[in-house]
Design a protein around this ligand. Structure first.
Ligand code: ATP
Ligand code: MG
Length: 268
């Protein structure tokens, strides 16, 4: 077990003309290897900032972040990122996108092809290897993004709204794919989403964040991700305990949104 830990992490952004933004305050968290964590919270509560700190794109202004006991000082191959959209090389083929990292590391063609072919199969993209990415649907492009992230064999997969730009049906299929890949690869996965249902389905552990300052607010341990690996996600959503959690978390988030609106003077 090599956990990912945050110890009293805070992040303050300086603003030229106004007071600084306290984007994150006192975040302490330990995520064991192989855990699937979903993070949910209203807009502006610091979710992307938190993920960027874990990726090493941002240095926190306070606290410490470690992976396997080593401080995170910048981006590294032990952490892979999947963005909402637009992070692929659109003019390149699916294969060239997926094996971009291994190619840059000068891994031989036959090894690369073996890994890429397996990933294309796992993500349901077999038969599309030589197609340019711009010719694929949004859902297929996100599968390419997942495969490309996994090609680097990271220990931790960080996803910022990876399914947010997809239509409802494609999104549901992709949620099943995320669960399947999590189970098959055993990787630690941290997924940010705006969707309460998605957070419930894709989090063994669901963390709700609150804004101003961005902080951890509540945490749930949930059975739905494990159950969803082999079951129809619609059936899981129909479970009474799923509905009860959904209602509870929706009320939580609604409460936060109302508080934000009230404070900023926008009509309630
Ligand atoms: N580079 C930056 N400089 C100044 N302020 C920033 C910067 N990045 C983020 N912030 C501020 O930090 C806060 C948290 O932003 P962040 O993007 O992490 O929120 P989020 O939870 O991901 O929101 P969303 O759900 O809308 O994506 C916001 O108030 C934002 O304006
Ligand atoms: Mg964000």
């Amino acid at each position: 077990m090599t956990p990912l830990t945050l110890d009293a992490v805070s992040m303050e952004f300086a603003n030229p003309k106004e007071s600084a933004t306290q984007a994150l305050s006192d975040i302490s968290l330990s995520i064991p290897e192989g855990e699937l964590v979903s993070i949910l919270g209203p807009s502006g509560c610091g979710k992307t900032t938190l993920l960027n700190i874990l990726a090493g794109f941002l240095r926190p202004t306070g606290g410490a972040v470690t992976l396997g006991g080593q401080p995170i000082r910048g981006p590294g191959p032990d952490r892979g990122m999947v963005f909402q959209q637009g992070a692929l090389f659109e003019w390149m083929s699916v294969r060239k996108n997926v094996d971009f990292g291994p190619r840059m590391r000068a891994i031989g063609r036959s090894d690369r092809n073996r890994v890429t072919d397996r990933l294309l199969e796992q993500t349901g993209l077999q038969g599309f290897a030589e197609k340019p990415v711009y010719a694929l649907s949004g859902g297929m492009q996100q599968r390419v993004a997942l495969a490309r992230c996994l090609a680097g064999d990271p220990q931790v997969v960080l996803m910022d709204e990876p399914l947010g730009a997809l239509d409802a049906l494609t999104r549901e299929k992709m949620q099943g794919l995320v669960l399947k890949l999590w189970k098959e690869t055993g990787k630690t996965v941290i997924l940010i989403t705006h969707s309460v249902e998605e957070a419930l389905l894709l989090g063994e552990r669901l963390i709700v964040m609150a804004p101003r300052p961005g902080r951890l607010y509540r945490e749930y341990r949930l059975p739905f991700a494990e159950a969803g690996v082999d079951a129809d996600l619609r059936a899981i959503k129909a479970r009474p305990d799923f509905a009860a959690h959904r209602d509870e978390i929706l009320s939580l988030i609604w409460g936060m949104e109302e508080e934000i609106m009230g404070r900023s003077g926008v009509a309630a």
